[in-house]
Structure formats: structure tokens, C-alpha cells
Design a protein around this ligand. Structure first.
Ligand SMILES: *Cc1c(COP(=O)(O)O)cnc(C)c1O
Length: 432
């Protein structure tokens, strides 16, 4: 299996090269050359297979023979060593809880897999590898937790000052060791632009090995396809078509779902749910793609105005809304509706959604209406305790703080503060 650039199908790379580079040399994003549907026998018995086996089969389909089988199995098992349960919140609506990992957001899956895969490839390198990552809130903590202490790897996390929740900030600034947090006076999009520019800075990358742990890196997307298979395994016995709603920012999570679909996963419809940063819903409505600066919302991990994985989606399916309509719906949700949904669902069902899951719930409910012929699933991308301020304001109750989150709150923040300035960011990364 090789991986091609979205900007030039003739440029291909091994998985090792794709993961080390992050971005293709032409600025494109890597995609697997082939999506070979998994055999019918796999789907026939999927509900009887152990989760680890399901994950491994998906991993092998997307990694080919780039990693020895035993190593891939080990990386996969270690990356997803926590459950991903589908819980019914009301008749016909399920929450796929992706927050049972160490930092309580779905990003743990991608970050843990990326760290282990990169660690495997780095074993035979004689040069330190620097991982640069921009975060809107959750990626930073998950990447730090995944990479902390991995030999041969230094991590630099760019995050927007004042735009992440207090507990998210603690999760990315309190590690020390091989993790450096860089606090940028700017928005997430500025952080993402700085990180991308570093990857494309040939003078910098000539001297140092620099890669990305953002969802531009194909290593992040591969494992994010696993839980879509796990979802199907859990709900298959209901015997109804599945509508899966994905709260989206950079659209890595949704792209991974679409990759699973290319491997034959029977999901009848995907829904892309955004907050006020609704460039993709707007594209689906108008046919025009208009990336723009992000606005701050209560679902801050989705405050992305130029979603990087949209380039992958278009490359896989086409340039017009009609190419997506058969399997994709999209809508944006205001902060007021997000908070109202958190409150309403909690009061009626006792289930506490986080702001991102609530955005997804709103879009899912509006799409399904009173139709009960299909089962609806919202991906619950984070635990509500990560957003305790917003949750308390919306629901009038502080979410219970899991122990592993409380531990972060007590540690001391350490971050390098910089202006939104490329040379300043570059200097921090180049120096260490
Ligand atoms: C990152 C994140 C999202 C958005 O995921 P993308 O893959 O960037 O679309 C949604 N919810 C939470 C809680 C997140 O951390």
C-alpha cells in the first residue's frame, strides 16, 4: 500500500514517509491509494469478533504491509485500550462515547496510535524527530499524553491564548520532559497556519526532522476509522440503517468515517454537524467553499474556519455538493441551540452531553425528525467535565469530574508565550 498526495496522484509515498512528512511536499494531504472493501465474511461475523480483532482488520486494510503484522496488532491494541460503548439516550438515538481514553476526548485514539506508529518508525532513525501540533483544545492534551516519554521524539504544541478551557490548558501545559507548550496570541487557525508553514519550511526541515500530529497526518485518521466499525458491531442486531452524526471542526473524524465507508462499512448516511463555523454546511447548501477566520463558540474544539480535511473529502468524492448528497448531510448549530439541547436532553433523559456532542445531537434530531426507520448515532467526542463552565451554565449543574481529569487541575502550567509570528514559533522549535 502506498499513499498519494491530494494535489498530485502521481506523487506517492510509503506509510513511513507519509507519517514522517505529515504534509506531502506539494502541500497536499496523503490518502491510501486503495480502499479494498473488507470481505463479506467480516461483516457477517463482526458482532462476534473481539474489538481488538475488528480494529486490527481495519488497520491492516489501511496500512497494508507497511508495518509487520505483529507490530501493527500491538500498536492497535495499545492505542485503543479503552471501551467505546454505544449508549441509548432515548429510543432510536445512541451516543457513541469516544471519551473513555486518558484525556477524555476522541483525540486519544488518533494520538495514541500516531505516537506508537511514529515511535516504531523512529526506532531505526538516528535523528531526533520533532512533532509540531496545533490545537483548538483537545488535540494538544491527547498528543501530549500519547507522546510523553516516547524516546527520540520532541513535541511542540501550539495553542490559542484564552481560547481553550482551563482544564484543557492544564492537560497540554503541565507535562514537561519532551513536551513543550507554545501559547500563541491568536486563534486556532493562526496556530494551524504556523504549524503548516513549519512543515513546508525547507530550510528548517533540511536540518531537522519535523512532522505533524494534526489530522493532516494520515496516522491520525487511520485509527479513527476503528470506532465506526465498533459502532456497527454493537448496533447491527437492531437491523436498521444507521445515520451517524459527527461533530466536526477540521473534519478528520468525519473523513475517517468516510474511509470506513470505502472499506464497505454499511452506514447509510453521515451528518456533519458544525457550530457557527459552518463553511462545509454552507458548501453543501450553495456549492461554494469559502474558508474564513474562525469565530469563538462554546464548542471550542470545532472552532475551525478552514477545515484541513475538506481537501481529502473532495479528493475522495468530488468537487460539488451533488457528489456528497447521497451519503452526507450537513448543518450548523448556534451556541444558544447547543446549550438548550444540553439542558433539554439532560432534563428529559438524564444524559449529560458535552457541548460538541450537543451540536451533533441537534443536527441528528433535526435530520431524523419523526422518522423511526433508521437508527441515529451521535459521536460523543468529549466528556462534559472537560467543559465544566459551559456545562454548568447550560444545565445548572457541574458535571462530575473524573479522577484522571482532576489530577491535571492540580499541576502547574508551563508555556512559552509568543505573538502570532512565524519567526518566533520557528525559533522555539528550532532551538530545543
Ligand atoms: C477535535 C474535536 C472535534 C472536531 O473533530 P475534527 O476531527 O477536527 O472534525 C469535535 N469534538 C471534540 C470534543 C474535539 O476535541
Amino acid at each position: 500500500m502506498r499513499y498519494y498526495s491530494t494535489r498530485n496522484p502521481n506523487h506517492t509515498a510509503t506509510l513511513r514517509e507519509a507519517v514522517f512528512r505529515g504534509l506531502a511536499p506539494d502541500g497536499g494531504l496523503y490518502l491510501p491509494e486503495k480502499f479494498e472493501p473488507l470481505p463479506a465474511a467480516f461483516y457477517a461475523e463482526i458482532e462476534r469478533l473481539p474489538f481488538g480483532e475488528i480494529n486490527f482488520r481495519a488497520a491492516r486494510a489501511l496500512c497494508g504491509n507497511n508495518v509487520p503484522e505483529a507490530t501493527l496488532r500491538k500498536i492497535t491494541d495499545e492505542a485503543v485500550n479503552f471501551p467505546v460503548p454505544a449508549k441509548e439516550i432515548e429510543p432510536g438515538i445512541y451516543s457513541l462515547e469516544l471519551f473513555h481514553g486518558p484525556t477524555l476526548a476522541f483525540k486519544d485514539v488518533g494520538a495514541r496510535f500516531t505516537a506508537r506508529l511514529l515511535g516504531h518508525f523512529a526506532e531505526t532513525e538516528n535523528q531526533k524527530i520533532k512533532v509540531v501540533v496545533a490545537t483548538s483544545g483537545d488535540t494538544g492534551g491527547a498528543v501530549a499524553a500519547g507522546f510523553f516519554g516516547v524516546p527520540g521524539i520532541e513535541v511542540f504544541i501550539l495553542y490559542p491564548e484564552g481560547r481553550v478551557s482551563p482544564i484543557q490548558e492544564k492537560q497540554l501545559t503541565t507535562w514537561g520532559g519532551n513536551i513543550t507548550a507554545i501559547e500563541v496570541k491568536g486563534a486556532f487557525d493562526d496556530c494551524q497556519a504556523l504549524a503548516k508553514r513549519m512543515l513546508n519550511d525547507s530550510e528548517l526541515t533540511a536540518k531537522q526532522r519535523i512532522t505533524s500530529a494534526n489530522s493532516i497526518n494520515i496516522a491520525r485518521l487511520i485509527p479513527q476509522s476503528f470506532y465506526y466499525f465498533q459502532l456497527y458491531a454493537q448496533l447491527k442486531s437492531l437491523g436498521k440503517p444507521l445515520t451517524v452524526c459527527v461533530p466536526s471542526g477540521n473534519f478528520g473524524n468525519l473523513t475517517a468515517g468516510l474511509m470506513a465507508k470505502k472499506l464497505g462499512l454499511p452506514v447509510s448516511k453521515f451528518l456533519a454537524a458544525t457550530n457557527a463555523n459552518d463553511v462545509v454546511p454552507e458548501f453543501m447548501r450553495t456549492g461554494t467553499y469559502r474558508p474564513r477566520p474562525s469565530v469563538a463558540t462554546v464548542s471550542n474544539a470545532m472552532d475551525v474556519g478552514a477545515p484541513s480535511n475538506f481537501e481529502r473529502m473532495r479528493n475522495m468524492f468530488g468537487n460539488n455538493p451533488e457528489d456528497f448528497v447521497p451519503f452526507l448531510g450537513a448543518a450548523g448549530v448556534s451556541d444558544a441551540s447547543t446549550k438548550a439541547a444540553m439542558d433539554e436532553v439532560y432534563r428529559r433523559t438524564g444524559y449529560l452531553l458535552d457541548p460538541h456532542g450537543a451540536v451533533g445531537y441537534e443536527v441528528l434530531k433535526a435530520y431524523l425528525g419523526k422518522d423511526s426507520s433508521s437508527v441515529g448515532v451521535v459521536l460523543e467526542t468529549a466528556h462534559p467535565a472537560k467543559f465544566s463552565e459551559v456545562t454548568e451554565a447550560a444545565v445548572g449543574k457541574l458535571p462530575e469530574m473524573p479522577e484522571r481529569l482532576r489530577a491535571f487541575a492540580e499541576k502547574e502550567k508551563k508555556a512559552v508565550k509568543i505573538d502570532n509570528d512565524y519567526d518566533a514559533a520557528r525559533a522555539v522549535v528550532a532551538k530545543n
